[in-house]
Design a binder for this molecule. Structure first.
Ligand code: NAD
Length: 260
């Protein structure tokens, strides 16, 4: 999608976006969309190797807060929230756009997935969102919006999605329960389900090119989605225009999920 000209409807809002690996990342589309409507950004990178790719993007996005966050490394998540507390004193938007499963567990089918691989996939791709929500909620003193990236493989069987199917189903359920628990504080929680996108995480899936072809063929809107489609939809959900929307699953897939 070419850049849409938007008024700064999120002017001065504070957004933490976790999950940028490079320019193809869904998280980068979200960060870019939030910035285009005036939000201030905090962004993270996974480790020192990733920093070289993400730091220039953070500069381009004029991110005021940056830092290393590996959610499986105790203390790192807390450290970026500490920075946010000291620098901004509040937070309005949280994006969880991360997933991981060990390759051998992802590619060998669910029956062959090891208990350890299943637990790691669940911890990094699902429970980390609950941990982030717990750290974010006290900073969302004026209400807020939280987003977690799921996939249609949570609700239907998508060949090769394997262990990520049950993990994303748990993530979607976590969004519903967090929407329930955080609703009284004016915090809205959204599970976002983008159509397939050519990113680094997706390259770990067997026959991903076939998934892309199928999605483009099935989508009533006739095209694959891009990262800005996902970003602008999240930006809309973060605005007061969507102030009564929470807990649902929002497909951004050109309608492909409708077609058997
Ligand atoms: P990506 O590779 O650009 O992003 C995945 C991110 O996860 C990376 O930034 C990586 O550093 C991060 N990550 C992995 N382990 C981590 C850890 N321990 N701590 C912190 N971060 C960690 O790929 P993407 O496609 O943009 O993936 C983003 C999200 O979107 C994922 O949840 C993915 O499942 C979901 N999603 C992707 C597609 C797709 O087709 N690409 C479709 C639907 C949903």
């Amino acid at each position: 999608m070419s850049d849409i000209q938007l008024r700064p409807v999120l002017d001065g809002q504070k957004a933490l976006v976790i999950g940028i690996a490079n320019k193809d990342s869904i998280a980068y589309g979200c960060a870019k969309a939030f910035r285009s409507v005036g939000a201030d950004l905090a962004v993270s990178w996974l480790n020192e190797k990733a920093r070289g790719f993400v730091e220039p993007l953070a500069r381009e996005l004029e991110a005021s807060i940056t830092g290393e966050v590996d959610v499986s490394d105790p203390g790192q998540l807390e450290a970026i929230f500490d920075q946010i507390r000291k620098r901004w004193g509040r937070l309005d938007i949280l994006v969880h756009s991360i997933a991981f499963a060990p390759k051998e567990d992802l590619q060998g089918g669910l029956l062959n997935c090891s208990a350890d691989g299943f637990a790691r996939a669940m911890d990094i791709s699902c429970h980390s969102f609950v941990r982030m929500a717990k750290l974010a909620a006290p900073l969302m003193t004026n209400g807020g919006a939280m987003f977690a990236m799921s996939y249609v493989g949570a609700n239907r069987v998508v060949g090769n999605y394997s262990v990520m199917g049950p993990v994303k189903a748990a993530l979607e359920a976590a969004c519903r329960y967090l929407a329930f628990e955080l609703g009284p504080q004016g915090i809205r929680v959204h599970a976002i389900s983008p159509g397939p996108l050519k990113t680094r995480a997706a390259s770990g899936l067997k026959n991903f090119e076939l998934m892309l072809d199928e999605a483009a063929h099935k989508a009533p809107l006739g095209e694959l989605v891009d990262i800005m489609d996902v970003g602008y939809a999240c930006a809309y959900l973060a605005t007061p225009f969507a102030r009564r929307v929470t807990g649902g699953l929002v497909y951004i897939d050109g309608g492909a999920n409708l077609i058997a």
